[in-house]
Ligand binder design. Sequence first.
Ligand SMILES: [Zn+2]
Length: 366
Amino acid sequence: MPLIFDGHLDLAMNALGYERDQRLPVDDLRAFEVNAKDDGRETPTVTIDAMQKAGVACCVATVIARTKRVKPERNPIRRNLDYPTQDIAHGAAMGQLAYYESLQRQGVIDLINTAGELQEHWSRWQGGALDAPVGVIVTMEGADPIVEPEEVHHWYARGVRTLMLSHTADSPYAFGTPPWDSVGPPEQGPLTDKGRRLLDEMSELNMPLDLTHLCDQSFHEAVERFTGPIYASHSNCRALATKHRQLTDEQLKIIIERDGLIGTVLCNSMLRDGTPETLSHELVGLDALAEHIDHICQLAGDARHVAIGSDLDGGFGREWSPREIDTIADLHVLEDVLAKRGYSSDDVALVMSGNWLRYWLEHLPD
Ligand SMILES: [Zn+2]
């Protein structure tokens, strides 16, 4: 079975926010949730159990806890995600980190802190160890839980290896993208003074900067100031899905030129323009994802700068995922979709796992 490396999953958010036991088969989770859908949640597609059985050997997984946004009308408060202050968000994100540490002690996941650990982990999977734990590199989605920029060293020592400055809308560090369905011209904003200081601390650590969720103004300021490794964990192409949550060709080229990577997302509203009616599970297929992958390959002139950052269960479920996706195991269908488009088996393997593997072997500490 070919291995998969997923560049973006919210495993701890689902566990702590929706009480989703990541050790269970997806079907068991669905059975528990039959009567729990009155809080807006959708049908889950991801558990670590499903990843393990399907050869999703490694992922980058989040801790995410936001401070309430200044303009909640632009970005509605999200249950179990928004907290009144940065220190309360800090506590919530530490709780998510503690969840990963507990899974590690149980042998369910392998927390990966160094390039050596990643190499060892990947070799174990390549050797066909079917009972091997799933590898997890921890990221922070939105830096709100870092109360002061210097505190990033503390999070780094605890195993957080990369971060995004902001989630949707304004954070204490930068101005994020508008929500996917916002109308009117997107609000823009610069990095804050704390954001600039945080980038300087990250440069010191050689900690990769994830540019996903930055608005255009903050994006361009960040790539000019920050000299370390850059990438986008879960972003698609604005040329194909025009809302400002996606990256322009100019932004994609900046990432490609600095030998970064773009992880493409499996949320239908980020694959095509449309309405909830035209973007349903049945109406959008993985061919739409392949178009985004192909667009990035054409800009780059190779297949070395695009990967999967599925974001499955990242605030949406099966209902907003492409029709071939029932669970995360169905990511393998993409291998055939890309092959049919003329991608060689080597290039398919780069997209499914090889590019993230190379990126993190290069940018994790020794
Ligand atoms: Zn996100």
